[in-house]
Each structure stands twice: as C-alpha cells, then as structure tokens.
Write a new protein. Sequence first.
Length: 492
Amino acid sequence: MSQQATEQVHGHYIGGEWTTAGDERTFESHDPATGEVLATFRRGTESDVDAALEAADEAFEEWRSLSYIDRAEYLWDIYHELRDRHEELGEIVTKECGKEISEGKADVTEAWHMVEWAAGNARHPHGDVVPSEVAGKDAYMRRKPRGVVGCITPWNFPVAIPFWHMAIALVEGNTVVWKPAEQTPWCGQIIAEMFEDAGIPDGVFNMVQGYGDAGATITDDERVDTVLFTGSAEVGHEIADKVGGEPGKLAACEMGGKNGIVITEEADLDVAVHAAVMSSFKTTGQRCVSSERLIVHTDVYDEFKDRFVDVAEKVAVGDPLEDATFMGPAIEADHVEKIRRHNELAVEEGAEVLVDRFELADEEIPDGHDEGHWVGPFVYEIDYEPDLRCLNEECFGPHVALVEYDGDVDRALEIHNDTPYGLAGAIISEDYRQLNAFRDRAELGLAYANLPCIGAEVQLPFGGVKKSGNGYPSAREAIEAVTERTAWTMNN
Ligand code: NAD
C-alpha cells in the first residue's frame, strides 16, 4: 500500500471479492510514533459479517473435500511471500504498531515459522490406529474439520498471531472469517492480499475490518463452530462464557498475563539483569508475556536493583525505525492513559518509585515525532502483600515491580503464583533443584530457566493457564480446537 493510497478507503475481503459495502463508517490506521494517518478502512457492520459467514459456510464442503496436502499448497505460497517480502513487511509492522524494527521483522519471521509448521504438518499423521478388543475389528481415531472458524486477533503481533490461528484452521479443512485488530488494519489488508494472490478458493478465507462490535458479531453467530481468540482477558472471558454455553460451539481463548521472573540467591546477576530488561521493556512491555514482576531474593536484591535501575534509566526509547532504538511508542493515546493509571495505582498502594520515565523529557522525543504515544520505563519496589492490585492486574506497558523475598524457593513460588494469571515466567538460578521446583510448581504455560520470559517457538505449545488461557495453546493443541475426533470402528 503506497502513501497515495491513504486517499482510498480499503474494504473487506469476502467470498473472493474486495468490498466496501455496508455503511459509510470508516476508521484510520495510524503510525503510533508520529500520529501520521497510514490508510483508511471501512468499518465492518453486521451485514459485512453476515456476508463473510455466508461465504465461509458455502465454501466449507468443497474445501474440506480437498486433501490436506492440497490445502497446504496455498499456505506454502504465502510462506514464500512472507519470506520474499520480509524487510518490507517488517517495516510495515513497525510503522503500524510501533515495535522497533528488529521486532517488526521478527513478527514476520514468526508468521512464516507457523505457516511452515502448519503446512508441513499436513504430511504428518492426523489420527491414531487403536487396538480393538475384538480380533478382526479395526479401530481408529480420525479427525474432521469443525466448519467455520472465527478468528479474532490483537494488534501486538499483527502478522504472526493471525497465522497462528488461520494456518492451522485452514490446513485442517475449516474455512475462516477473520477480524484483524482495529489498530492494525493495514497488516490485515496485506495478509488478505496474500490469500488472494495465493488463489485460495472463494469464501475459504474472509476478512472483515473493524472494531469489537464486528468481532462480537462473528463470535455470536450460530454459523461459527470455533472461535479462536487472542487478546485481553476482559474480552476473552466474555467470549468464552458466551460461546462456551452454546451447544456444539467452542472458543479457544489466549489472553494476558502478570508474568514474573524469580531471581534467587543462586542467580548469575548478568543473566538476571539481561532477562529482566528484555522481558520488561521489549515491545515497550506490550507483549502478553512481558514481565511486570521481578521477585528477587534478599541476598542479591540490592545489587540486582542497582544494576536493573541503571539500565532502566538509560534504555533507548525512540524512533522504532532506527536500529539503535530499544523501545518504540505505546500503541495509542488511550493506552498511554491506561499505563499512567497503573503507575499511579502502584504509588497509591505504597510503591517506592525507583525510575519514572513515564513522561519522556522533551529532548528524548525524536525530531518530528511530537505526536507519538511516548512512554518510558516505570520501575518501583513494593512489599509483597497478597491483594495488591498492582501485583495482580496486567498493565501491558513498561511498568515493573521489584519484590524482595527472604527464604527458600517455596517462598518465591508462593509469591510468583499469587496472581490470577498464568501465562509466562522465568527463574534465574544456578541451582538445578530451584530450576526444577519452578518448572514443576510455577503456575503458568510457558516457563523459562536462565532466559527472558519472552519468545516463542511454534513447535511448542504457546498458551496459559488460570485466567490466561482456557486450554488450547497454539500449534499441536490448537488442532484440538479446530477439529472433532471420530472413533471409527470397522468390521473386516
Ligand atoms: P483486546 O482484547 O482489546 O482486542 C483483541 C481483539 O478482540 C481485537 O481484534 C478487538 O477488536 C476484538 N474485540 C474487542 N472486543 C470484542 C468483543 N466484545 N467480541 C469480539 N471481539 C472483540 O486486546 P488488544 O488490546 O488488541 O491486545 C492486548 C491484549 O492481548 C493483552 O491483554 C495481551 O496480554 C493479550 N495478548 C495475548 C496473547 C497470548 O498469546 N496469550 C498474545 C498477544 C496479546
């Protein structure tokens, strides 16, 4: 999409056609680093969603009748396009969601990793041969696609997460209606163009742009068999409660976290500082796996605090297109206000502020970027108490608590597990017994030892427990959400 294209209003991709039908409402995509308008999009209505679901429903029978390998061929085309356009797409991700440029490109890399996994998996077994109690009987577990899959995705991985959902759903034989996040419609437009270029049959893939109302129209419709949702716990639990109550419907929801890193008295502090800085400030703290709690043993607390604070004071906030930048802007003005409220809440609850760069100094804001949504690190220490909201509620920003503990790893785990969330976390220690205790007893889906708690590998399940997820992490386990199992018994 060129800059001249900002004059144009971009539409939805429904039944193999681009359409700007529906009402006249539009919305804009902005560069969060400059405030510049990038492009204008039609805002999806009930009638757009209805048309997309109709197209997906109609296309289902023919699509499911193709072989796995034929279905995967369309994804292989997209895999090559993602690779060929890596630089260009990485810059678009950075322009639209403000992640610094290496992260923008990594978003695209992760997308092709998932496409590669899903398309490659088409050549792997999709069921089980099971022994029968009766000689001469064959017994199998076979998988069938569920039907129409509604995909609802967040802004912070605008290329990777849609493919985490859609690549698997499509290869398994489902058709898809997808709503990209309202903050990143440009990435949505480009992904839809890729499906069009790959020649995917009409109606198999459909994309409706818009806000949460369009998302809710998708999730609530009876033609949708599975909802794949990634986003906030507020929205995800609302969807899971509504959809989960309907017979035959399933909602797989991956949500936020209040992730912690335990730094024990046996930690290598070089490793600890690196892990904490990466986990707390990459993507300006706006990852579901970002760490907002550093739980540090009293023996190493003061040294760790001094070193972490030193880096937090200096970490480079700036133009995300510049290689030297570590943190870009927050996604939008409303989100800056949300981060401000979390910072203020911590102070109300007794936090001792160690670093307050929430409002950047004028000289830190890059030239020509006055309209950007700038925030810097906010680091505080606080005495642990079980009901503190600042240690329980996800801020989704560069907002980090240091919590000192005394005692053994059981005490660290008690503090670590005392949050309603259970997505990601890490332990930093040279003692294998402490690592094993964390691996076995930390309440989370993604556990790291002597590493930052961010990062993903598509061949591992990616998802959370407790308030963070409802049991369908990505990849192999996500297949459960988009297929039904049939027990098939045959008399020979
Ligand atoms: P969000 O929940 O506000 O929005 C996510 C998507 O849901 C958007 O497309 C939005 O339009 C749509 N939506 C909003 N209301 C809806 C409704 N009532 N019905 C249906 N759809 C609706 O989240 P966000 O701000 O885009 O993303 C940030 C959140 O996502 C954070 O909480 C973060 O932790 C989480 N997240 C989780 C993961 C994970 O894998 N667990 C990954 C990335 C982000």
